[in-house]
Design a protein around this ligand. Sequence first.
Ligand code: ATP
Ligand code: MG
Length: 453
Amino acid sequence: MVDCKLFDQRLQGQPHLKVYPRKQHCISRKNISPNALKVMARLREAGYQGYLVGGAVRDLLLGGHPKDFDVATDATPEQVHALFRNSRLIGRRFRIVHVTFGREVIEVTTFRGHHDSDPDGDDATPDSHRSRQSDKGLLLRDNVYGTLEEDAVRRDLTVNALYYDAANFTVYDHVHGMRDLRKQSVCIIGDPEQRYREDPVRMLRVARFAAKLDFGIDRGTARAIPDCAHLLGEIPPARLFDEFLKLFMSGYAERTMDKLLELDLLRYLFPESDHAMRRNPQAMALVRAAMHSTDQRIQSGKPVTPAFLLAALLWPVVRELWQQLQTRGEPPAAALHSAGQQVIQATLRQISIPRRFSLPMREIWEFQPRLQRQRKPQEMIQNRRFRAAYDFLLLREAAGEDAGGSGAWWTEQQELPEHQNLPIIHGTDEDEHADRGRRRRRPPRKRRPAQNA
Ligand code: ATP
Ligand code: MG
């Protein structure tokens, strides 16, 4: 049992703290992962504190179903690790512990302290227990441990800094998170400019949560963004890619992109795409359609890949360069190959794209002219990249690109029994030869290209 008297004593001297007992909130233990409850109970039994925190508390208070459950504690990562055989220490920038139960991972973080209280001198504090800031205020490492209150004000947004104690069913709020949940407002904790300087990715997180929760953005939180946005240029490309996945692969891609455009942040991830989308409505329509389709697939539990979304985001840039290279006399296939390569190289300076995604992206692009030639249907349909490339072709047409009506042609192809493929429309002699003996049908009526969606 938690010692409430002891906790009450700890509360004294914390004027900002608001305590919400069970009657004043809607969190029910039955909506909390039993494994998270187990972790918190074990921490308490060992004499430590253990609270549910972050997105899980926020989503439970909003009546949703959290996708994961994070726990905050006053035990150090080493102490947590010693308590759970099924755990491992991870991270350097933030040392945390993952406690695994089959496929579920409960992330346990130790309360962070104020980094300005970090001793700078050459004393006995091990380096791994310190925080470090660059001369521009960027937090390089953050392993100074502290109290719950210190931990709360170190978090990014007020609605992400609520703590739930499963022992006494109480929510603790140091930062007016409950008020902002009611106001449906995304508000950064503390001085926005200083918090963005410490970690510019927080600006992307503001956009992400405003989109995901469909909340407004607090005035001060939004106002500091234009002056700090350029700091995103200092974030390592690999971290930006991790953030890209959270921004666009969580089921709210379309709304998130609108927010990023509104806050003028997209250009720090994909500068060329941002430029193309702002001046070309067709590019905007294509990217928006890809995001919409990704969101829908996630909602209906279908698999999604970042390769498809990235292919769409960069296609307007690739296409333009492809056309330029052809004007300079390069043959179409070579020009497309080279355009894809150049655009990816340029993008990697900003945001990393692992090869397992950049390869399929290029295949999707390079499939496009092949699909437009409407040849070798059986062979093409069997290619493992066909489905993504075909979906991509449909999106391009829906966005108003003229692909000669080939989307509809491939749709019909797939509806035919395997041995009944339509005859070639634009085939060469060689193809005619290869196709001799196939059953022929009357060629389909050529369709007008789809109008702008
Ligand atoms: P989601 O449900 O989308 O995962 P989340 O709130 O759990 O949302 P995470 O990215 O998983 O978001 O982060 C967990 C928690 O860690 C956040 O709720 C927030 O309190 C804290 N946090 C994450 N990133 C930062 C950051 N850059 N600066 C400060 N606090 C952060
Ligand atoms: Mg989370």
